[in-house]
Write a protein that binds this ligand. Structure first.
Ligand code: XMP
Length: 415
C-alpha cells in the first residue's frame, strides 16, 4: 500500500510489543513495527516520516544509527506514560494529517485488488472467521465475478453457524460460494479417536484433503487469498526475541492448490482494524465481532471420542450459554466464552429417578493476546440460569460446572 505518512516503531527489547503500534494506529497514523535486529538501511528504505524508539533495552548501535539518520525521532524507552507524548510527536512535531482510517483503507484496497486481479481467477477458503470473511468480501467488492469461495463445513461448528455463513456470504452478499458438507467424512475419520493431538491432526489433514478435491474441480487459479494479519507477521519473529507462538491455523493449503500468487489484503492490519474494515464494507456486526474460535472447532471442546450425538449435545448447551451471556449484556465484556462437553458421567436425579449423565463445563476468560487469560467473574444469577436451562433443555446433561482456572496453568481450551 502506498502510504505517504508512515512511522516506524523500533522495539529495542526485541519483543515487538504491539501496544505502541496500536496506539499510533488509533491516532490514525500508519506505522510498522521493527525489532532490535532491524538495520538502519531497512528502516530508511520505508521512507518514514518519523521513528519511535521503545522498549527496555539498549541496542546502542541501532539507536545511534537512528539518531544520526536525520529522521525525526521520539525516544520513549522506559517511559510509562507515553500517550500524550506520542500524540504531540505525530501531530505537532511531524505535522501529520492523520489520514489512516479504515474507510480510506477499504476504498484503497478494493481499488488495488480490482487493478491487480483484472480478469484473473481468485480462490478463497472461507472459514467463518473474521479475517477470511473480510478478505473474501474485499475481493468480492473488487471483482465479484473473479472470486470463488470454498467453505469446508467439518461438522464441528457451533449451532446454526454453517447456515449463517451461507446466508451472509451467498444469499446476502451474493458471493460465489461452494459449501461442502463434510460432516460425515470428518466424523468417520475421527471414529474411536480420543487423543486430543490426534484429533487435531486428523481434522487439519482432512480439511486439506477435502479442499484439495474441490480445488481439483475448480482447476488452476491465479490467486489464493490468505487472511494473514499484521500480528501473524510480527509473531513469526521480526524481533530477536520474537514471540514463540505455535501456529494454530490450518496450514498446508498452498501446497494442494494450483495457483500463482498469494493475495493478503489485510496483512498490514491489526485485528481491531480488520474488524473495523469488516463493518466499513457491510459485514454484519455479529460476524465481525465474533469471538476467537479454534480451527478444529468443537473437536477440541468435546472431550474424548467425537460423535454426532455428543457434538449436538454440546452445540445445544453452548448455544444456551451464549444466549444467556448475551441476554445479561456480558457478551461484549468477555473475550471468549464457551461450553465444553466433558467425558465424565455422574449420578443425579431426574423426575425422582436416578440418572447417570454427562457434565458440561462452562468457560469464560479475559485475555489480550491469548497467551495468558483470567477466568471471568460472571454473576451467579447468569450461571444459575444457564445451568438450570442446560439441565432442563439438553438431553443427557445432569451437571454443569464453571471453570475457575486461569491460563497458566490451564489453557483456554480444554484440549
Ligand atoms: P489455548 O487453549 O492454547 O488457546 O490457551 C489460545 C487461543 O487459541 C485458540 N485455539 C486455537 N485456534 N486452532 C485455532 O485456530 C487451534 O487448534 C486452536 N487451539 C486453541 C483458543 O480458542 C484461544 O483463543
Amino acid at each position: 500500500m502506498d502510504i505517504k505518512e508512515k512511522v516506524i516503531i523500533v522495539d529495542v527489547s526485541g519483543r515487538c510489543n504491539q501496544l505502541i503500534a496500536r496506539e499510533v494506529r488509533n491516532l490514525n497514523v500508519y506505522c510498522m513495527l521493527f525489532g532490535d535486529n532491524a538495520s538502519i538501511e531497512k528502516i530508511l528504505c520505508e521512507k518514514p516520516s518519523g521513528i519511535i524508539i521503545t522498549g527496555e533495552g539498549n541496542a546502542d548501535k541501532l539507536v545511534s544509527d537512528i539518531m544520526s539518520s536525520g529522521v525525526k525521532t521520539l525516544d520513549i524507552r522506559n517511559a510509562s506514560d507515553y500517550k500524550d507524548v506520542i500524540k504531540s510527536f505525530l501531530y505537532d512535531e511531524l505535522k501529520l494529517s492523520g489520514s489512516w482510517t479504515m474507510k480510506a483503507f477499504s476504498e484503497y484496497m478494493i481499488e488495488e485488488l480490482r487493478e491487480k486481479i483484472g480478469d484473473k481467477k481468485v480462490l478463497c477458503a472461507l472459514s467463518g472467521g473474521v479475517d477470511s470473511a473480510v478478505c473474501a468480501t474485499l475481493v468480492h467488492l473488487a471483482k465479484p465475478e473473479s472470486l470463488t469461495c470454498v467453505f469446508v463445513d467439518h461438522g464441528l461448528m457451533r449451532k446454526n453457524e454453517p447456515q449463517e455463513v451461507v446466508e451472509i456470504f451467498r444469499d446476502k452478499l451474493g458471493m460465489n460460494l461452494i459449501h461442502i458438507d463434510a460432516e460425515k467424512r470428518f466424523l468417520d475419520k475421527l471414529k474411536g479417536v480420543t487423543d486430543p493431538e490426534k484429533k487435531r491432526k486428523i481434522i487439519g489433514e482432512e480439511f486439506i484433503r477435502v479442499f484439495e478435491e474441490e480445488a481439483k474441480k475448480i482447476g488452476a487459479v491465479d490467486f489464493l487469498v490468505q487472511g494473514t494479519i499484521y500480528p501473524d507477521i510480527i509473531e513469526s519473529g521480526i524481533g530477536s526475541k520474537g514471540l514463540v507462538k505455535s501456529h494454530h491455523n490450518v496450514g498446508g493449503l498452498p501446497d494442494v492448490i494450483d495457483f500463482n500468487e498469494i493475495l493478503e489484503p489485510v496483512k498490514d492490519l491489526f485485528k481491531d482494524e480488520v474488524r473495523k474494515v469488516g463493518l466499513e464494507i457491510g459485514l454484519p456486526e455479529a460476524q465481525v465481532n465474533r469471538q476467537p474460535f479454534p480451527g478444529p472447532g468443537l473437536g477440541v471442546r468435546c472431550i474424548g471420542e467425537l460423535t454426532k450425538d455428543k457434538l449436538d449435545t454440546l452445540r445445544d448447551a453452548d448455544a444456551i450459554f451464549r444466549e444467556e451471556i448475551k441476554n445479561a449484556g456480558w457478551d461484549t465484556k468477555i473475550w471468549q466464552y464457551f461450553a465444553v462437553l466433558t467425558d465424565m458421567k455422574s449420578v443425579g436425579v431426574r423426575d425422582e429417578v436416578r440418572s447417570y449423565e454427562r457434565t458440561v463445563a462452562l468457560r469464560a476468560i479475559h485475555s489480550i493476546d491469548a497467551m495468558s487469560a483470567e477466568f471471568v467473574e460472571i454473576p451467579y444469577e447468569v450461571l444459575r440460569k444457564t445451568s438450570s436451562r442446560i439441565t432442563k433443555e439438553v438431553k443427557g446433561i445432569n451437571r454443569v460446572c464453571y471453570d475457575i482456572t486461569s491460563k497458566p496453568p490451564a489453557t483456554i481450551e480444554w484440549e
